[in-house]
Design a protein around this ligand. Structure first.
Ligand SMILES: Nc1ncnc2c1ncn2[C@@H]1O[C@H](COP(=O)(O)OP(=O)(O)OP(=O)(O)O)[C@@H](O)[C@H]1O
Ligand SMILES: O=P(O)(O)OC[C@H]1O[C@H](OP(=O)(O)OP(=O)(O)O)[C@H](O)[C@@H]1O
Ligand SMILES: [Mg+2]
Length: 324
């Protein structure tokens, strides 16, 4: 196939890099950077039709928006901030459980009268009327800030664009308040800032994201299907346990009970000789084992799985439903 390859955009540095690489590795997807770690283009070992781009998290959002990348990993905060029509441009295929960060409005701790966005509105109006100047908000999340302040009816403010160390702006006098991301809260605390109670703009985490506008050639589709199938197989394995037991006479009522009350599946059928192979959600293992024991199983073995491949998976379905 000589058609345009699938372009996969992966964080090359920063907070998301290590977790993203580990995520792909778990799914058996290994990057090959033939010219060493500073080579910002690569391929996937054993998988033709894929070009890997190593980019910063914000550049990944831009490439997904324009369609220069088909698939990528980045933070939802950057997607919502950098892509004006995010829901039309990209599909968030699945959250990844890392890169958690909240985009928040924070004010000096010394502002003891300011607890809510409504209080902040009062402060802003007051500054405008009494001192004739607008409250300054330091942030790199300009669009998220405008939308959020607008939704709270706050208009008396001015954004001071910040390119880093935003939490320092109030102390340095560059702005009165800030909008930034926080995870542990350590940076806010170190700068004597507090989060406004109803001032959490977005709860973000890293996502696997597809571009709607990328050229989805047959080659790109086939590669995406392979990648998503592997990722889904790993995810299914991680959240599932395999339970094996022997029951002299497994009856239909028990099987129905296991299916309905424990989320159990018998992926390989009933077998016929009383040997049961059950797959169930990880959290149901102990309850399921007890039920099997009550029904006469005297040896119940529980296994972790590496991969569970299914004919269809939620990730591929989401992608192909969206791109047609
Ligand atoms: N403290 C944090 N904990 C967890 N995830 C974070 C944290 N800070 C940022 N992130 C997530 O990682 C993304 C990228 O942040 P990172 O610090 O790697 O890059 P950056 O500082 O935005 O950009 P650059 O490194 O190019 O200056 C953020 O947009 C957010 O989604
Ligand atoms: O709540 P915390 O756990 O303290 O984390 C929040 C800090 O982490 C990020 O900065 P980063 O270290 O990525 O530096 P940057 O300003 O260069 O992005 C973010 O911009 C905050 O400053
Ligand atoms: Mg950062």
């Amino acid at each position: 196939m000589s058609e345009a390859p699938l372009v996969l955009a992966v964080p090359s540095k920063g907070r998301l890099q290590e977790n993203a690489a580990a995520f792909f590795a778990r799914a058996g997807l290994t990057f090959v950077q033939s010219r060493g770690a500073r080579d910002y283009r690569g391929t996937l070992k054993g998988l033709a039709g894929v070009e890997v781009l190593f980019l910063s998290a914000s550049e990944i959002a831009a490439q997904l928006a324009s369609g220069a990348a088909h698939l990528g990993i980045t933070g939802e905060d950057l997607i919502r901030e950098d892509i004006p029509d995010a829901d039309a441009a990209v599909e968030l295929l699945t959250p990844l459980g890392f890169g958690h960060a909240n985009v928040v409005v924070a004010v000096p701790q010394a502002w003891i009268d300011v607890r809510t966005m409504a209080d902040l509105d009062d402060v802003a109006a007051d500054m405008r009327h009494r001192h004739g100047r607008k409250m300054r908000v330091a942030t790199k999340y300009v669009n998220l800030t405008r939308r959020f302040f607008g939704s709270h009816g706050i208009a008396d403010y001015r954004i001071v664009e910040s390119l880093g160390a935003t939490e320092g702006a109030p102390a340095s006098g560059a702005a009165e308040i800030i909008v930034d991301i926080t995870t542990t809260g350590a940076t806010l605390a170190a700068n004597a800032l507090k989060i406004v109670e109803d001032g959490v703009i977005l709860r973000s985490e890293a996502n696997l994201i597809a571009s709607v506008r990328a050229p989805w050639s047959a080659t790109a589709r086939a590669a995406a299907r392979t990648i998503l199938t592997r990722i889904a197989a790993e995810e299914a394995a991680r959240t599932t346990r395999e339970v094996r037991a022997y029951l002299a006479e497994p009856d239909e009522a028990l099987i129905t009970d296991l299916r309905e009350n424990f989320g159990a599946e018998l992926p390989f059928g009933l077998g016929g000789n009383g040997a049961l192979v059950i797959h169930c959600p990880r959290g149901q293992v102990f309850a399921l084992a007890e039920r099997l024991a009550e029904n006469g199983a005297d040896h119940i073995a529980v296994h972790q799985l590496d991969y569970v491949f299914r004919a269809s998976n939620p990730l591929s379905e989401r992608l192909f439903t969206r791109i047609g």
